[in-house]
Design a protein around this ligand. Structure first.
Ligand SMILES: Cc1ncc(COP(=O)(O)O)c(C=O)c1O
Length: 447
């Protein structure tokens, strides 16, 4: 008979079997778990009470650092006042306020915001919006979507299809049809150990012209790229690359989508990477930092002309047949508003910009350590490529993450054998030094 008695509250579970963890090496994790119980500022606290310095901003999310009481209080207050409101045909003032605040941070022309709950949903929303826009604009033949090799746009069928990471694609059949990819912008021989934008590589954008020649511009709806490819191991855009992509897309009537799920909200020292690079896309996706990771939220910033094209037909009719039960959720909106206040009041984007050169210099001191093949830095982000072990790609990276957590009180993110550093933007110079020193120890430990 099933035991229905209430379970005692425990801080450390003794059965890890039921939770099938996402994007996790489940068997390895469950043999040697990395369990977290708390977080404050630059640190996580483990279930056994250790203080771990966070070199990953959680997962590129917690740009304002952890445990911000302003955000926690806003969430609590909102949950008590209005727990849920239907976002279809009804609204809450906070959603309109947050949309306006986000649009104010974005480059001119990106004046409308469509909310969802994650980066994956934001990518799929932007892709659907692009297809629908062409359809209502009398160019229904534009159905082809173009991504980029090594791109990551989440795990929906749209995002997976335009994504360019083979391991994320190969289990899932044909995915969307009518998708193509431009090449990645990385060439180690020409770009190794670059701080900021590599000089070499603007010409990779010209490959889009080849796809236009192959497929015909009138079949292509949109191109989606990350201004800095994060999940594949921190690949900054080469100088001039994004401008070139903008020129080619404009010339051929193709929509340009920037996936700023990682680069949004200060990661590159600006509200959006579009501002850093002086290139305005037609659609821009965001998530993660919008709520400092404290509540799930994503969204798409949309150019006026695209939004306005939908605003026709009978006024009682839904203009864009898309949305989520939790779009603009009250708790996420409250978290988002409190987060934007902190970014503004603490001048965190400016701080990220100011500390970027020191961060880059410090990380570059790791050059010359065993197995370090390349280091790339951009904004408050760095990718450190380690040589793979023979016949065991990813194993050295995994060992590094374990050594960091268990032996060096450091949280790292890995992408295969690349170590990704992407700390909260509140980081100070001493903490940069501490992280780099710990990463050095980890690299030696896995040599
Ligand atoms: C560029 C980019 N797009 C989309 C996503 C997917 O976001 P989510 O995991 O919130 O669905 C991510 C996640 O890391 C990302 O880096």
């Amino acid at each position: 008979m099933l035991d229905k008695s209430p379970r005692p509250a425990v801080t450390v579970p003794n059965d890890l079997a039921a939770h099938w963890m996402p994007f996790t090496a489940n068997r390895a994790f469950k043999k040697n778990p990395r369990l977290l119980a708390g977080a404050k500022d630059m640190h996580y606290i483990t279930v056994d009470g250790r203080k771990i310095i966070d070199a990953a901003a959680g997962m590129w999310c917690c740009n304002a650092g952890h445990g911000r009481t302003q955000i926690a209080e806003a969430i609590g207050k909102q949950a008590a006042a209005l727990d849920y409101a239907p976002p279809f045909q009804f609204g809450i003032p906070q959603a309109f306020e947050l949309a306006t605040r986000i649009a104010d941070l974005a480059p001119a022309g990106l004046d409308h915001v469509f909310f969802c709950n994650s980066g994956s949903e934001a990518a799929d929303t932007a892709l659907k919006m692009a297809l629908a826009y062409h359809q209502i604009n009398g160019q229904g033949s534009r159905t082809r979507l173009i991504g980029r090799v090594r791109g990551y746009h989440g795990v929906g069928f749209g995002g997976t299809s335009v994504g360019g990471i083979v391991n994320n694609r190969k289990l899932f059949g044909t995915l969307l049809t009518g998708v193509d990819h431009i090449p990645a912008t990385y060439d180690r021989e020409k770009q190794a150990f670059t701080k900021g934008e590599p000089e070499y590589g603007a010409h990779f954008a010209d490959e889009l012209e080849n796809l236009v020649n192959l497929h015909g511009a009138n079949t292509i709806a949109a191109v989606i790229v990350e201004p800095m490819a994060g999940s594949t191991g921190v690949i900054p855009a080469p100088k001039g690359y994004l401008k070139r992509l903008r020129e080619i897309t404009q010339k051929h009537g193709i929509l340009l989508i920037f996936d700023e799920v990682i680069t949004g909200f200060g990661r590159l020292g600006y509200a959006f990477a579009a501002e850093r690079y002086g290139v305005t896309p037609d659609l821009l996706t965001f998530a993660k930092g919008v709520t400092n990771g404290a509540a799930p939220m994503g969204g798409v910033l949309v150019r006026d002309t695209i939004h306005d094209a939908f605003m026709s037909g009978p006024e009682h009719m839904v203009e864009f047949t898309h949305g989520y039960t939790y779009s603009a959720h009250p708790i996420a909106c409250a978290a988002g508003l409190a987060t934007l206040d902190i970014y503004r009041d603490d001048k965190l984007f400016e701080h990220a910009r100011a500390i970027e050169p020191k961060f880059a210099d410090a990380v570059m001191t790791l050059k010359g350590l065993p197995n370090v093949l390349d280091i790339r830095t951009i904004g408050l982000t760095a990718g450190i490529d380690l040589a793979s072990l023979p016949d065991a790609a990813g194993k050295r990276g995994y060992s590094a993450m374990e050594a960091a957590f268990h032996d060096n009180d450091l949280m790292l993110r890995i992408a295969g054998d690349t170590l990704a550093l992407t700390p909260p933007l509140i980081i100070n110079e001493d903490q940069v030094g501490e992280i780099v020193e710990k990463v050095g120890k980890v690299i030696k430990a896995v040599a």
